[in-house]
Structure formats: structure tokens, C-alpha cells
Design a protein around this ligand. Structure first.
Ligand code: SAM
Ligand code: SF4
Length: 348
């Protein structure tokens, strides 16, 4: 396939996703990088990732911290989260992501509300207060509102797969695609920058499914996308079912290609180079940035707990690796929220 033949409709996207020609894939990534520079500039925004807890009420069939997996559970204390957020402020990251297993008990909900308020009052010197993204799964509209009113302004909730049949195959029976979608619309109505995404290279997933994921992001008009390769965890039902999935090399190439195609489809949104890329290639995130991504999420979770947040076998980018990115010529947007231009708030 030649780049000049690429069309951004379902058929064209699926053909590009299915095409394994290395020259085509390289040309596509170069074009996406050019479009990124023109649409959002060379800056890369940082989100300090704080994995607040690996306790989860859900049982997604692919996830290494699902409810029924036997693993050591943890929950960071208020003080630990605040000390970690202070590290993000001191490093001038500009924003933090509070991510964790899904829980809807009152104690957890209130704790997050208090944390969001406290993080907003952290001393950031001359920079604006830290921007806060939450990624804590499906919650009621009231809870989303409570957290928004406390000061969170972005929320990441992946659709995981935009194909309801595939969604059903990778989740237990009590999960609902429609509820997931409803939650995404609630976030949007409340005023969050509602980010979403899907896993790439899942068992049963076709090139058309992946094309549909990209078109779903466009239809939802998402200001930010965090999508990444599926990485099997040995003890999950999806891995144990022995359903085939693409090789490591293919899933990595697909991860970069999806970033590149999305950049062409939605030039001015924020696209994260996901942690899952780094697991498949030691320079995964750098390559993600060179394929059109403009956000990275260095993991600043205290190390002792980080190893317990074991979604899949992984290595994580930590704060010092950011220096390596600078050496590779990547421009870091220090001390900025780095909101999506697509959302148009025009904040710092
Ligand atoms: N519990 C929240 C949720 O599900 O939205 C946030 C935390 S959850 C661990 C964050 C993301 O991890 C999920 O949206 C899912 O896409 C991703 N994830 C889980 N298991 C994975 C795997 N085996 N490979 C790649 N990504 C995975
Ligand atoms: Fe829980 Fe999120 Fe993992 Fe699903 S993906 S089991 S909701 S942590």
C-alpha cells in the first residue's frame, strides 16, 4: 500500500491497519509526526501517574488486578498521594493522573474528593495549580460531579473496544457496554475533558474493529485519547483461554500505527504514548511520540506499591527517564496543564 492511497474512512483505515508493509508503516508515522507538529506543535506534556490503589470491584477478563486475581492489594494513604503529587509539582510536571481499580464505596469516593481538593492547593511555585486527571472507572453521575466540583478537570475512561460484541467477550456478564458509554457521556455533559481509548491487538479483534475504534473517537469528539497495545497477563481468563492474539512485534507496530492514523484523523487532540508501548519496546514511548503522540505519563507511584499494580508484565517510565527524552530532542512542556487544543479552554 502507498501512503497516497490512504483514505480516512472505515475501509481505508482498515486497509492501512491490515497492511504490514514496513515502508508504508514508516511513511505513515512520518506523515503523522509532520501533522502533529503543524497542529499542536513540538511540545510533549507530562502527567505524573499515581496508581492510588489496586483494589478493584470489577473483573475484566484481561486485567492483572481484576477482583478475582490473587495478588497483594494496596491503597496509598492520603499522605502518600499528597507527597507523590508534591514530587510531580517539584519536577514541574504540570498535571497528575490519579488512576486505580474501580470502587464505589463511600469511603473511597470521599477520600478521592478530599485528595483532589488537597492536590489543588499544593504549592507549585510560579506554575498554575496541578491539573488533575482521574481514571477510576465507571461511577454515578453524582460522583463524577462531586469530583469535578472538587477540582478534577479531565477523566480517562477507555471504551476498551467500540465493538459491543468484542466488549462482551472480554468482560464478565455483569459488565455493560451501554453503561460504559453512558458514563462517557455523563463525563462530557458535566464538563470534563473526557478521554477514552481501546486496547490494540486483542484476541478476536479485527482490522475493521480497530478502524471502528478510531471512528468512535472521532464521533465522540474526544479531546484526548489514551490507547495502547494489549499485553497479556499470565493469570487472567483471557490469557488462559488461549485465544490467539498478534505477536509482540505486531502489537507494537499496530500501537504506533493507531497513534499515527488517529493523528491524521484528529490533528489537534492530545494523544498519549501509553505505558503499554514501553513494555513491548525499550524505546516504545519515544517511538510513540515520533508517531504522533504528544502526552506521556511518567509513573511516580512509590516504588514499593508500583510493583503491585501489575496489570501485565511491564517496565515503567519513571521521572528520571524524562531526562532521556530531553536528550533525544523532545521538547517537554514543563509546568503546564497541556490541555487539548481540541477542547478549546485555552488554559496555560
Ligand atoms: N479501573 C479503571 C478503568 O478500568 O478504567 C482504571 C484503571 S485500569 C487498570 C486502566 C486501563 O488498563 C484499562 O482501561 C485497560 O485498558 C488497561 N489494561 C488493563 N489490563 C490490560 C492489559 N492486559 N493489557 C493492556 N492494557 C490493559
Ligand atoms: Fe478493574 Fe480497571 Fe482492571 Fe477492569 S481494567 S479489572 S475496572 S482495574
Amino acid at each position: 500500500m502507498d501512503l497516497s492511497e490512504l483514505t480516512l474512512d472505515r475501509e481505508g483505515l482498515a486497509a492501512a491497519i491490515a497492511c504490514e508493509d514496513a515502508a508504508f508503516e514508516a511513511a505513515l508515522r512520518e506523515e503523522a509526526y509532520r501533522v502533529k507538529l503543524a497542529a499542536v506543535g513540538p511540545e510533549v506534556y507530562l502527567r505524573g501517574l499515581i496508581e492510588v490503589s489496586n483494589i478493584c470491584a470489577k473483573n475484566c477478563l484481561y486485567c492483572g488486578i481484576r477482583r478475582d486475581i490473587r495478588c497483594q492489594r494496596y491503597e496509598l494513604s492520603q499522605e502518600e498521594v499528597l507527597a507523590t503529587a508534591q514530587v510531580a509539582a517539584d519536577l514541574r510536571f504540570g498535571s497528575v493522573v490519579i488512576q486505580g481499580g474501580e470502587r464505589s464505596d463511600k469511603a473511597f469516593i470521599r477520600k478521592i474528593t478530599r485528595l483532589v481538593r488537597a492536590i489543588k492547593s499544593i504549592d507549585t511555585g510560579d506554575d498554575p495549580p496541578l491539573g488533575i486527571t482521574l481514571s477510576l472507572g465507571e461511577q454515578s453521575r453524582d460522583v463524577y460531579e462531586e469530583w469535578f466540583d472538587a477540582g478534577a478537570h479531565r477523566y480517562l475512561l477507555r471504551i476498551e473496544s467500540s465493538n459491543p460484541d468484542l466488549y462482551r467477550r472480554i468482560h464478565p456478564d455483569n459488565h455493560s457496554y451501554d453503561r460504559r458509554l453512558q458514563a462517557l457521556y455523563h463525563l462530557k455533559e458535566i464538563g470534563y475533558q473526557a478521554g477514552t481509548g481501546a486496547m490494540i491487538g486483542l484476541p478476536f479483534q479485527t482490522a475493521e474493529d480497530m478502524a471502528d475504534d478510531l471512528l468512535f473517537y472521532k464521533r465522540f469528539d474526544a479531546p484526548m485519547i489514551g490507547m495502547g497495545p494489549y499485553n497479556p497477563h499470565p493469570d487472567t481468563p483471557l490469557t488462559l483461554s488461549a485465544a490467539p492474539y498478534p505477536s509482540t512485534v505486531r502489537r507494537f507496530a499496530l500501537g504506533l500505527k493507531m497513534i499515527a492514523l488517529l493523528r491524521l484523523l484528529m490533528p489537534d487532540i492530545n494523544i498519549a504514548a501509553a505505558t503499554a508501548l514501553e513494555v513491548l519496546d525499550p524505546h516504545g514511548r519515544e517511538k510513540g511520540l515520533l508517531s504522533g503522540a504528544n502526552v506521556i505519563m511518567p509513573n511516580i507511584t512509590p516504588r514499593e506499591q508500583m510493583v503491585k499494580y501489575n496489570l501485565y508484565d511491564r517496565k515503567t517510565l519513571n521521572a528520571s527517564d524524562v531526562e532521556d527524552l530531553k536528550e533525544a530532542g523532545i521538547v517537554i512542556g514543563y509546568g503546564r496543564w497541556g490541555d487539548s487544543r481540541h477542547f478549546g479552554h485555552g488554559r496555560s
